[in-house]
Design a protein around this ligand. Structure first.
Ligand code: BEZ
Length: 403
């Protein structure tokens, strides 16, 4: 009953939006302008698979909408940022100035987001961040034109500091790549770990974006023999780290914990049994039983013949944000203030739970951060939820920058 009503109301809103666009178009005497969405994502290098997952999740929603939103045909313009801030900056300028995109989506790397933030803000172009977690974007470098549908780096890691101290051990060695995301995530973990009586016995930052060999760092960890190692790695670096950790014989000695990206579904099959027992914090697990997640898993598997990951959820949610906001404005993207207001009001059921933005930061409020342990489920590795922390908001207090 509830679904039928929602579907009816959604359909009516879309029909009304179409009529508005239609009226505008009839006056102008042409077809509605396409809705141009610039995807600034990595399609090569360490985070290539993340970029593909985000694109696939996003495409699933637009396909369901018949590649048309509020009467406007959806056009995706894909640019590979190569996980390189300078390349990202060049490509974002091209998307804004030459392609005239209505929305920007991306990037994956905090380094790229830091580089493009001012250009996006000054151009007053709407950016929906679909991964990059730099805390500063929810704090002193926030922008009225930037929304984040993924997470801030603080969000999965701050709850984990207290949880690890209470449930695993009070002595940890930290390791992460040497760039903004690694620093943010370790800082968030340390704050709550220390407050809960934990001690950090060592801390290392590894080369980024290229690093084949973790041996020098694993040697130091072996010598320190900590009770816990807390790590952030993602993409191809997660696979290498987890495998080398096992090869070094550390798996049975120091419990490996970390941010969820370390064992997400994109990397688990390649990590294999080396990942068993790793505990991570993340806003998603494929094992969530809510109806939206069940439908998402079915749709995604039918289309792509693989199991989705949290990055695909981020793409899926980003597209839903665009559909809901555009439906509310009747397809209008020119009146930026109206569009920003519509975006701030967006709310819907996501595979991760109820999706809404925190009005203070324009960053998603995580319905839960799930504490997950890698176990074998039905012959496959999966992130089994063993605990959860509700309603996790970035502590940003509001964007006070002008304009
Ligand atoms: C980041 O750079 O913000 C990031 C990259 C991969 C996974 C999570 C965060």
């Amino acid at each position: 009953m509830e679904l039928t009503r929602r579907k009816f109301l959604g359909g009516a809103a879309i029909a009304a939006a179409g009529a508005v666009v239609g009226r505008r178009v009839r006056r102008a005497g042409g077809a509605p302008a396409p809705l141009k969405i610039g995807l600034l994502l990595p399609y090569s290098n360490v985070y290539a698979v993340l970029g593909e997952s985000i694109t696939d999740g996003l495409s699933l929603v637009f396909e369901r909408e018949g590649w048309s939103v509020a009467g406007r045909r959806v056009e995706l313009i894909k640019e590979d940022d190569e996980v390189n801030p300078q390349i990202g900056l060049r490509k974002v300028k091209k998307l804004i100035e030459s392609d005239g995109v209505d929305f920007l989506v991306g990037p994956v790397s905090s380094g790229v987001l830091a580089a493009i933030r001012d250009t996006v803000h000054q151009a007053r172009r709407i950016l929906i961040v679909a991964n990059a977690g730099n805390d500063e974007i929810s704090r002193d470098r926030c922008s009225r034109y930037i929304f984040r549908a993924s997470f801030s780096n603080w969000q999965p890691n701050s709850p984990m500091g207290g949880w690890v101290a209470a449930h695993v051990a009070k002595e940890a060695y930290l390791v992460a790549p040497k760039y903004a995301a690694g620093f943010d995530m370790m800082r968030a973990f340390k704050e709550t770990f220390g407050a809960a009586g934990g001690t950090v016995v060592g801390e290392d930052y590894t080369p980024f974006p290229v690093n084949e060999d973790f041996a020098p760092f694993l040697t130091k960890i072996k010598q320190a023999a900590p009770k816990v190692v807390y790590a952030f790695f993602s993409g191809s670096q997660a696979v290498r780290f987890v495998r080398q950790y096992d090869e070094f014989g550390l798996r049975g000695r120091s419990r490996l914990c970390g941010a969820g990206f370390l064992t997400e579904t994109d990397v688990l099959p390649a990590e294999g049994s080396a990942a068993l027992g790793i505990i991570t914090g993340h806003f998603y697990s494929t094992l969530l039983e809510n109806r939206t997640n069940q439908a998402f898993l079915r749709e995604f598997r039918d289309k792509y013949k693989r199991t989705p990951d949290g990055f695909a959820v981020q793409g899926y949610d980003t597209a839903q944000v665009i559909v809901h906001a555009l439906t509310a404005t009747g397809g209008d993207t020119r009146d930026r203030d109206r569009l920003v207001d519509a975006l701030r009001s967006v709310e819907f059921d996501s595979p991760r739970g109820r999706f809404r933005f925190d009005p203070k930061t324009q960053n998603v409020i995580q319905p839960f951060i799930y504490v997950r342990e890698v176990r074998e489920v039905g012959g496959e590795l999966a992130n089994v939820v063993i605990d959860r922390i509700a309603n996790v908001k970035d502590p940003g207090t509001g964007c006070t920058l002008p304009g």
